[in-house]
Write a protein that binds this ligand. Structure first.
Ligand SMILES: Cc1cc2nc3c(=O)[nH]c(=O)nc-3n(C[C@H](O)[C@H](O)[C@H](O)COP(=O)(O)O)c2cc1C
Length: 209
């Protein structure tokens, strides 16, 4: 992560109800990316972090499509798969990825109900690993899955989960329209008391302790 020397132009550390590892506390989803490329070595490290995620029965349903500005044609095709609103900021990211889930177990062909869950779990590890390298990540559900499928010849039995933008964080004011203000919005979360309960989810105000 940026570690002792935080170099990112805008930090939005979580206001926490319990102590957190710095990597988790500092992670957030900027939309402003600098022009510097993400090295192949860094991309490999990020993907390696995903590869080592836990998954149901070690099924490893995650697959990734990777496009960088080093290949302008491929990059343009990837960018075109983002929803127009997301393209406004995704275009600044030097690396665009798509997470794709294999929806059946390779061992027996049965449906894998955890495929998306495990892709998300891999992505969470990738985000933290990217932060540890001084990079930032913004995930986008606002993509056109059918376009991804067509453009990148995604086989039957796989579903496109989300887009992923990776790069170095840049000045929020480099973004167009309302995005600089959104970049500065506070990060909020529901209180832990509403999320974790000892007597079942219906028991309002139940603190598990
Ligand atoms: C699966 C998923 C889909 C998302 N889709 C979008 C999106 O389409 N556009 C966007 O600007 N942000 C998107 N986000 C970013 C979320 O809005 C962001 O993670 C959330 O507001 C929490 O902010 P934080 O990551 O900075 O803590 C997405 C995040 C995830 C995990």
């Amino acid at each position: 992560m940026n570690g002792d020397k935080i170099v990112n132009p805008l930090r939005k550390p979580a206001v926490t109800q319990a102590p957190l590892h710095e990597l988790v506390r500092e992670r957030w989803s900027p939309r402003s990316f600098a022009a510097d490329p993400v090295s192949t070595a860094d991309l490999r490290t990020i993907l390696e972090a995903g590869r080592w995620a836990a998954s149901t029965n070690n099924s490893q349903p995650w697959r990734w499509i990777v496009a960088t500005k080093d290949d302008p044609d491929l990059y343009a095709k990837a960018l075109a798969c983002f929803a127009p609103k997301n393209q406004r900021w995704a275009v600044t990211a030097p690396a665009l990825l798509f997470s794709v889930a294999r929806m059946t177990f390779e061992a027996n062909g049965k449906p894998n109900a955890y495929a998306w869950h495990d892709c998300g779990q891999a992505l969470a590890q990738m985000m933290l690993q990217a932060n540890a390298l001084g990079l930032v990540v913004h995930v986008a559900g606002g993509i056109e899955p059918d376009k991804v499928r067509e453009t990148f010849a995604t086989p039957a039995g796989y579903e496109v989960v989300c887009g992923i933008a990776i790069g170095r964080q840049a000045d929020p004011d480099a973004l167009p329209e309302e995005l600089p203000a959104r970049e500065r919005e506070a990060r909020t979360r529901k209180p832990l008391e509403q999320l974790a309960m000892g007597r079942g989810l219906g028991a309002a105000g139940d603190v598990f302790a």
